[in-house]
Design a protein around this ligand. Structure first.
Ligand code: SF4
Length: 73
């Protein structure tokens, strides 16, 4: 079975136990991340692959290492 690239997506996870509310993720990718009232980053977990580069940038920019990005079929 072949999985079409169109069928793939990126799963973004923010570990709220690590997030320190720096807001770098929101600064880098404001269309994806936002800070809650409790200053914890939040985002829709399923993102299009077209955003993979900026998602990986946000992941790298997080000083707490709280963001993970995984491509799923
Ligand atoms: S950059 Fe990292 S620590 Fe800062 S708000 Fe975003 S996920 Fe949380």
């Amino acid at each position: 079975m072949t999985v079409s690239k169109d069928a793939q997506y990126a799963v973004v996870t923010v570990d709220s136990s690590l997030c320190q509310g720096h807001g770098e993720c929101e600064r880098v990718t404001p269309d994806v991340f936002s800070l809650s009232d409790e200053l914890t980053a939040q985002c829709a977990p399923r993102q299009p692959l077209s955003l993979l580069d900026v998602l990986e940038h946000a992941c790298s920019a997080c000083p707490a290492g709280a963001i993970s990005v995984e491509v799923r079929p």
